[in-house]
Design a binder for this molecule. Structure first.
Ligand code: ADP
Length: 350
């Protein structure tokens, strides 16, 4: 309250100062003109008339100045008070709060910027709430599994054997992978992931990742081919993070390609980038899901992905990692049942 009162008097004071300076300057100039141009005998009556005229003008200017400054102060203070009140309500958690946009240009710009900021905050809050819900949902599945095993063991429904404990361990592993993924996600999104850039041949990394994923390919009775037209194909990036991205893309290709399918991995280059293209003949992705598959926890087919152990954040992490290395990942699919293609692009070295 004190602040607003002070501000009001400061604005009125400034306006009055302008009127006083104007009146003093005018009387000084008028006096000079009278002395230099009017004969001495007539100076006194002319001066009296001018002083009277100036007094009336000063009074009119003071009234006009006071009225306009009071009006102006009212308008400015109302908008500022609105904004101050709204920011306090936002700070208290009311993220749907917006201020009325005033007609005057400058105040409108302030109110609009404030409303934009409030909207951004509301979206962040909404994403935070959704994320907490998603995490709780993801944790529930493995926890329910572990609880089920424990209850079965306590009630004697499940045998106290190594197989039961191995099944339990699967659920614990799933929980651990989810927690690790969440930690990586929060780091990449905050830009806190440490990257060790070097120049290396992308084909070497692809060979390494292909060898690592081969057992899963054989388990799933799939075929995998790797083709590169050039050797070496140099990129400037972090080789371990590139391997992490490719493992995710190939892991998904294995997961979403039924038995007898084929996964192809190719490396090519354009003028300034190197591309690794992972193509599969799997279940494909419907056009309505394609724009969202890089969003956190998004799954085109939730039941299928969950049973196969997917958390729905692998692609989010992969894309953030690619961005952090100056690259990108794009997805394409001709539709359900028609396979998918993921393209990782990275800056070319040299
Ligand atoms: P998840 O761990 O569930 O696989 P991702 O973030 O890696 O999570 O993928 C998000 C979603 O994108 C998956 O749930 C799936 O619906 C879709 N997806 C990813 N890769 C493929 C693929 N190769 N074929 C079909 N769908 C895919």
């Amino acid at each position: 309250m004190r602040f607003w009162r002070q501000l009001r008097w400061q604005i009125i004071g400034a306006q009055m100062l302008v009127v006083i300076v104007g009146v003093v300057t005018l009387s000084f100039t008028a006096n000079l003109l009278i002395e230099q141009t009017i004969p001495t005998a007539q100076v006194t009556p002319v001066r009296t008339t001018v002083i009277q005229a100036l007094a009336v003008a000063a009074l009119a200017a003071t009234i006009a100045g006071l009225t306009t400054s009071l009006l102006l102060v009212q308008i400015i203070l109302r908008s500022l008070r609105n904004i101050a009140g709204s920011s306090q309500r936002i700070a208290a958690g009311r993220y749907d709060e917006r201020v009325e946009v005033p007609a005057s240009d400058e105040l409108r710009a302030v109110a609009e910027s404030f409303n934009q900021m409030a909207e951004a905050l509301e979206q962040i809050e909404q994403r935070r709430i959704t994320m907490i819900g998603n995490i709780a949902h993801e944790l529930r599945t493995p926890l329910a599994g572990i609880e089920g095993y424990l209850e079965g063991l306590i009630d004697g429904v499940l045998p106290n054997t190594a197989d039961t404990f191995l099944d339990m361990k699967q659920e614990v592993r799933r929980l651990r992978r989810l927690v690790d993924d969440l930690q990586t996600l929060s780091r990449v999104e905050a830009g806190q992931i440490s990257l060790h850039f070097t120049t290396f041949d992308i084909n070497d990394v692809i060979h390494r990742v292909v060898a690592q994923i081969q057992p899963q390919v054989l388990d799933g009775c799939l075929q995998m081919q790797f083709a590169s037209h050039e050797h070496p194909l140099l990129v400037h990036a972090d080789p371990d993070r590139v391997a992490q991205i490719l493992l995710n893309l190939l892991g998904n290709a294995v997961r979403y390609t039924p038995e007898g399918g084929c996964i192809t991995i190719r490396s090519v280059h354009t003028n300034d980038e190197v591309q690794v293209i992972v193509e599969d003949t799997g279940i494909g992705i419907a056009a309505e899901h394609l724009p969202f598959i890089f969003e956190r926890f998004y799954r085109a087919d939730p039941s299928r992905a969950r049973t196969s152990g997917g958390s729905g954040i692998g692609l989010t992490i992969a894309r953030h990692l690619a961005w952090a290395m100056g690259g990108d990942i794009r997805a394409a699919s001709a539709g359900p049942g028609k396979g998918s293609t993921f393209t990782l692009s990275l800056p070319r070295a040299g």
